[in-house]
Write a protein that binds this ligand. Structure first.
Ligand SMILES: [Zn+2]
Ligand SMILES: [Zn+2]
Length: 389
C-alpha cells in the first residue's frame, strides 16, 4: 500500500481518543433537526483547536458550518467531508449521526496533515437536519458546494457497503372537505370527509400491487373528524411516496393523486394536496468512487456485504445531483437490528461502534487521498457523474 495511506491510518489511530470524545459528546447531547446548536459549536471548536478556520451559520442555516484548513486557499480539486450530527426525537442518536460527524472529523484531520504533499484541498461541511429537514438541500441551493468537487461521508449501519441505492421521497398532506350534519337526525345533509379519506387510503392500497418493488407509499390519517355524532366535514392525512428514480417517483405520485381525486368524486367531497418540503431525490451513484471505496474497505480488512435491498432516503440524494457524492456504510449492529432504535443508538458507543468510527475515518481519508492524487480517477468520476440519470 502507498506509504501515505499507512501514515493516514496511523494519524487516525493517534486521534482516536479525541474522535471518541466527539462522538460521545454528541451521544450525550442529542439535538434534533435544526436545533443542533451544541453539536455545531462543539465540532466547530474541535476543528478550530486543530488548525481549521470555521464559518458558522453558512447558507443561512444557523446550525451548519464550513471548516477549511487554515492558510489553505480554495484549491481545486476540493473534497467535502460531510458531518451530520442531528438526532431523532425519542431515540437520541438512533441513526448514529454522532459517528458520522466523528468519522468526517477524523478523515479531515488526517488528510489535512498531509495536504502540503497532496494536491488539492478539503473542507468539512457541517450539514444539519438530515432527518426530515434536508439541511444539505438548503446548503446546496445556497451555493455552499460550488467550491467543492466531490462529497463524502460514511454512515453506520447494518451492513458494510461501498454504496447503495437510496430512494427518493416526496411527502404531502391530503385534505378532504365535506359538509357537517347531524349523523342521526340529518345524515342526508352531510358529505362525509372521513369516508373520502378512507376511500383514498383504500385506493392507494389497491394501487400498491401494480407498483415496481422499489416504490413505497405509506401514510397516516392525522385528522379523522371531530365527534362521532357529526358527519366529518374535514379530514387530513400525511403520506410519503418513494421510488428509486425521479421519473418513477413522479409517475407514482400522479397515480396517487388520481386515487385521491377518485375518492373525492365518489363521495362528493373536495380535496387538496399540499407538498411538504423537502423532497428527497434518489441518490445518483458514482461507481468509480464506490469501486475506490470497496478497494479501501478490503485494504482495511472490512468484509463487504451483499446488499439486502432494504432502502431508505437521505438528503445526500439531492446533493448527488450537484456534485459526485458517496455514502458508504459500516456495520455496527447485526443485520436484523433496526435503525432508528435505542439499540442502534447504544451500538454507536459499543466496541463495534468505536471500531467503525476509526475504520470509517481511515476509509474516507484513504479514498480522499486516491481522489486527490489520481487524475484518472477524477476523470472517471466526472464522466460517471455526467452520464448517470
Ligand atoms: Zn436516519
Ligand atoms: Zn442517518
Amino acid at each position: 500500500m502507498d506509504q501515505t495511506k499507512n501514515l493516514l491510518r496511523a494519524e487516525v489511530e493517534a486521534l482516536s481518543g479525541d474522535l471518541l470524545n466527539a462522538s460521545e459528546f454528541l451521544y450525550n447531547n442529542p439535538e434534533t433537526a435544526y436545533q443542533e446548536f451544541k453539536a455545531c459549536e462543539y465540532l466547530s471548536r474541535f476543528l478550530e483547536d486543530r488548525g481549521f478556520v470555521v464559518e458558522r451559520g453558512i447558507g443561512g442555516v444557523k446550525t451548519a458550518f464550513l471548516a477549511r484548513p487554515a492558510g489553505l486557499q480554495k484549491k481545486r480539486p476540493t473534497i467535502a467531508l460531510l458531518a451530520e450530527y442531528d438526532a431523532l426525537p425519542g431515540v437520541g442518536h438512533g441513526c448514529g449521526h454522532n459517528l458520522i460527524a466523528a468519522i468526517s472529523l477524523g478523515a479531515a484531520l488526517a488528510i489535512s496533515r498531509y495536504l502540503k504533499d497532496i494536491p488539492g484541498g478539503l473542507s468539512v461541511v457541517g450539514t444539519p437536519a438530515e432527518e426530515g429537514g434536508g439541511g444539505k438541500i438548503l446548503l446546496a441551493e445556497a451555493g455552499v458546494f460550488l467550491e467543492m468537487d466531490m462529497a463524502m461521508m460514511c454512515h453506520p449501519g447494518r451492513l458494510n457497503l461501498p454504496g447503495e441505492e437510496m430512494i427518493g421521497r416526496v411527502k404531502f398532506k391530503i385534505e378532504f372537505f365535506g359538509e357537517a350534519a347531524h349523523a342521526s337526525v340529518s345524515p342526508d345533509q352531510g358529505i362525509n370527509a372521513l369516508d373520502a379519506i378512507v376511500a383514498a387510503y383504500n385506493n392507494i392500497n389497491a394501487l400498491r400491487q401494480t407498483l415496481r418493488p422499489d416504490a413505497r407509499i405509506h401514510g397516516i390519517i392525522t385528522h379523522g373528524g371531530d365527534a362521532p355524532n357529526i358527519i366529518p366535514k374535514y379530514t387530513a392525512g400525511l403520506f410519503y411516496v418513494r421510488a428509486a428514480t425521479r421519473s418513477y417517483m413522479d409517475d407514482v405520485f400522479k397515480r396517487v393523486e388520481k386515487c385521491v381525486a377518485g375518492a373525492a368524486l365518489a363521495i362528493g367531497a373536495r380535496y387538496n394536496i399540499e407538498m411538504i418540503q423537502p423532497t428527497f431525490d434518489p441518490i445518483k451513484r458514482n461507481l468509480p468512487l464506490e469501486e475506490t471505496v470497496r478497494a479501501n474497505m478490503e485494504a482495511l480488512g472490512i468484509t463487504v456485504d451483499r446488499d439486502d435491498g432494504r432502502r431508505g432516503s437521505s438528503d445526500i440524494g439531492n446533493l448527488s445531483y450537484y456534485l459526485p457524492a458517496i455514502h458508504p456504510s459500516l456495520a455496527i449492529v447485526d443485520p436484523e437490528v433496526p435503525g432508528h432504535s435505542q439499540t442502534f443508538a447504544e451500538a454507536t458507543m459499543s466496541l463495534r461502534g468505536r471500531e467503525a468510527l476509526l475504520k470509517g475515518a481511515k476509509l474516507l481519508a484513504m479514498t480522499a487521498y486516491d481522489y486527490l492524487t489520481s487524475v484518472e480517477l477524477r476523470e472517471n468520476v466526472s464522466k460517471a457523474f455526467r452520464q448517470a440519470e
